[in-house]
Design a protein around this ligand. Structure first.
Ligand SMILES: NC(=O)c1ccc[n+]([C@@H]2O[C@H](COP(=O)([O-])OP(=O)(O)OC[C@H]3O[C@@H](n4cnc5c(N)ncnc54)[C@H](O)[C@@H]3O)[C@@H](O)[C@H]2O)c1
Length: 400
């Protein structure tokens, strides 16, 4: 009898344990929607076939708008064989999805498609556009912005990949516009035996500047990086090859260096502020005709006074014989690389959101929590509230 009771209790405890383990491992299944980007000249897509496979493997359902991946070189058939279902229209995708993954901020025609409680994970840049902010407040959706997902070292993991692309592209574009038919000086950046290589000046040694310097050095150019952070200059001095030198950034040094450099890359960032004008209009006359400026920081106002945003269709203009390249969305020209680089960074966060739901995921992952900007009509990101004098609700109060 005693043995029977003992066995019965053991059996109950085993059943309890199995039940408890199931609760611990409980993951949600979610319906993911990937619309085609409709902002002009945007060819990236928010999910690759490889990413689709990861969602489907975990039991989630992925709906992708037909031809959404075409611009990045990913065909519908590849998504279907990875387990996705295609839908013909953008309306269908928004209507069915619990979580929408995008690249660019929704544009006006998408506002009405976004539903209450729908999770939207994309770049928003709310503080730069009030109508979008108001529309997302009115939608009562949950808006998680790529650009404010922040790591504990204050780096922005979902902005870094695009800075890496833009930094590397800056040299590719600069080298092209230095050619005579493009109105450049006619300098080959790497030189040839017996001829001095081109000289590249990089203003700002952050992510963009480092990648630009690395590419220019790889081509054989003589490279100078300027920064105001000695810590950063020490690091760069340690890791860069011998044809890269570092200098502290100040007006005196910049005025001296621009006289004999062929390509100047603007890569300065002061977080939350307009980029400082390190090269002013009067300084252009000190440069040699055909010098090329690639101002990557143009999206923050540019660090060269004469810069104004341009597009891939018409990327350059000339001021005082100096070629200016100021495309505000440089990664848009290389959507295959940009899409993979972006989704490599976004996928782990998107999977966590799908597996746990946004509330549990944001409670567990501080980086994701900082991405929450607008939740069910409340502005929960201080910078967005400040930008338009809106009421701010601490994010903790909605996560509790
Ligand atoms: N045009 C595009 O398509 C595109 C794409 C990606 C990034 N960006 C822009 O490129 C810029 C740089 O981005 P990042 O990711 O490299 O930023 P980052 O923060 O990694 O680097 C900025 C660097 O600028 C330095 N700096 C600040 N003031 C300076 C000064 N007076 N002189 C010299 N250096 C100074 C900082 O110390 C820092 O090292 C940003 O404005 C970003 O938005 C543009």
């Amino acid at each position: 009898m005693y043995i029977l009771i003992y066995d019965y209790l053991t059996l109950l405890s085993i059943i309890d344990t199995i039940f408890f383990i199931n609760i611990i491992n409980f993951t949600l299944t979610m319906i993911i929607g990937v619309p085609k980007e409709i902002k002009p000249s945007e060819n990236r897509v928010a999910l690759t076939p490889a990413g689709t496979y990861e969602f489907v493997k975990r039991g989630h359902t992925v709906y992708i708008q037909s031809t959404a991946g075409d611009g990045s070189g990913f065909l519908d058939e590849e998504y279907i064989s990875a387990g996705a279902k295609t839908l013909p229209t953008i309306e269908d995708v928004y209507a069915i999805a619990e979580m929408i993954i995008k690249v660019k901020e929704p544009i006006q025609s998408e506002y009405k498609l976004i539903k209450k409680d729908q999770l939207i994970f994309t770049y928003f840049h709310f503080a730069s556009y009030q109508p979008l902010t108001e529309a997302m407040i009115a939608s009562e959706a949950v808006c998680l912005a790529y650009e404010t997902v922040e790591a504990s070292d204050r780096s922005l993991p979902l902005l870094v990949p695009m800075s890496e692309v833009a930094g590397r592209m800056a040299i590719q574009q600069g080298a092209k516009y230095l050619e005579k038919p493009q109105q450049g000086r006619g300098v080959l950046l790497g030189g040839v035996p017996g001829v001095h290589p081109g000289k590249v000046l990089v203003l700002g040694g952050g992510v963009v500047g480092t990648q630009a310097a690395k590419m220019a050095a790889g081509l054989g150019a003589s490279v100078t990086i300027l920064d105001v952070s000695l810590k950063r200059l020490r690091y760069l001095n340690d890791v860069m090859p011998a044809n890269v030198i570092t200098m502290f950034s100040n007006e005196f040094t910049i005025r001296r260096l621009i006289k004999d450099h062929d390509l100047i890359v603007g890569a300065v960032l002061i977080p939350g502020a307009k980029a400082p004008n390190l090269i002013t209009r009067d300084m252009l006359k000190d440069m040699r005709p055909g010098t090329v400026i690639v101002d990557v920081a143009v999206d923050q106002g540019g660090c060269i006074e004469t810069c104004r945003p341009t597009t891939h269709d018409n990327p350059t203009f000339i001021v005082d014989d100096i070629v200016h390249y100021c495309v505000a969305n440089m990664p848009g020209a290389v959507p295959y690389t940009s899409t993979i680089a972006l989704t490599n960074a976004t996928l782990p966060y998107a999977l966590q959101l799908a597996d746990q739901g946004w509330k549990a995921a944001c409670n567990e992952n501080k980086e994701l929590k900082l991405g929450l900007n607008i939740v069910n009509g409340k502005v929960v990101y201080q910078g967005v509230a400040d930008a338009f004098n809106l009421e701010y609700t601490p994010v903790e109060s909605i996560l509790a």
